[in-house]
Design a protein around this ligand. Structure first.
Ligand code: C2E
Ligand code: CA
Ligand code: CA
Ligand code: CA
Length: 275
């Protein structure tokens, strides 16, 4: 039994080594991903629940690794946050999204995700201002999405930076709402322009009365605070119909549109102009 155990431990450790090695290799490649042009943005449409009209697009980061192909953001963003390359990557995302949106012949918003690390280590408001001037994007067309992990990291600093960013005319959305642990306090103290309800509630809504009750409660909360609510992860027409009945403002999800490369979005004519 002792032998079995040590063999098991040995196997486990060599597995760990491999995971750690793979992670280290990715971390090194990530540092060069921006310069090598391996990053791109996909865009996912956000629509009005009552009219079906396009409100905006969320920019979602994609990394095409030279050997491993497409790597999901959930697999590389934590590594980029750990080794600091998220700063260069995040700046690239912001600049690219603003530049592309500025070339569209309409007033759709562009939503960009921010990492907590970007709040902690950079003069974020100055960078946002600089990129808006550089790209010519109207500030009211830019929306920044942050999760509660950003707020939890440093509440006072985040609030300070958010106020500076809002003073530019940029709007702020709280992402993955309902999954953090200080949601209500957060809503009270932070100047959010939109609540993005986490997609886990949508995933359960058709069979779970609890999920539906929570969606309803968040919509009521949003109405009372006068903050529009966007439901994430809408995958079926039944889910969309529920949102219509409940009076949700906006929706996003595979049923309305998958994240797509910019040329697909432009081809579909939704972004109106081909630069
Ligand atoms: P998120 O901000 O919550 O983005 C929504 C994620 O849900 C996206 O995954 C999107 O493809 C996926 N999704 C959209 N509709 C549906 C649906 O109907 N069903 C399901 N099951 N999934 C749906 P993606 O693109 O893999 O991104 C994952 C996460 O990576 C994002 O979650 C965000 O936290 C992070 N991320 C993506 N791009 C960036 C970025 O530029 N910067 C930072 N800091 N984080 C990013
Ligand atoms: Ca997001
Ligand atoms: Ca989200
Ligand atoms: Ca998420």
């Amino acid at each position: 039994a002792k032998n079995d155990m040590s063999r098991a431990v040995c196997f486990y450790e060599s597995n760990m080594d491999e995971t750690a090695r793979a992670r280290r290799a990715l971390a090194i490649d990530l540092r060069q991903a921006v310069e090598r042009g391996e990053l791109s943005l996909h865009y996912q449409v956000q629509t009005s629940v009552s009219t079906g009209a396009v409100c905006g697009y969320e920019a979602l980061l994609r990394w095409t690794h030279p050997e491993r192909g497409m790597i999901a953001p959930t697999d590389f963003i934590p590594i980029a946050e750990e080794n600091g390359s998220i700063l260069a990557i995040g700046e690239w995302v912001l600049r690219t999204a603003c530049r592309q949106a500025a070339s569209w012949d309409n007033d759709h918003k562009i939503a960009v995700n921010l990492s907590p690390v970007q709040f902690a280590h950079a003069d974020l408001a100055k960078l946002v201002h600089h990129i808006l001037v550089e790209t010519g994007l109207s500030p009211n067309r830019l929306e920044l999405e942050l999760t509660e992990s950003t707020i939890v990291a440093d509440k006072f600093r985040t609030l300070h930076v958010l106020r500076q960013i809002k003073a530019l005319g940029v709007t702020i959305a709280i992402d993955d709402f309902g999954t953090g642990y200080s949601s209500l306090d957060t809503l009270r103290s932070f100047p959010f322009d939109k609540i993005k309800l986490d997609r886990s509630f949508m995933a359960d809504v058709e069979r779970s009365p609890q999920a539906k009750a929570i969606i309803r409660a968040v919509l009521t909360l949003g109405r009372s605070l006068e903050i529009p609510v966007l439901a994430e992860g809408v995958e079926t027409h039944v889910q969309l119909a529920i949102l219509q009945v409940e009076g949700c403002n906006e929706a996003q999800g595979y049923f309305l549109g998958r994240p797509q490369p910019i040329d697909q979005i432009l081809l579909a004519g939704v972004a109106d102009s081909v630069p």
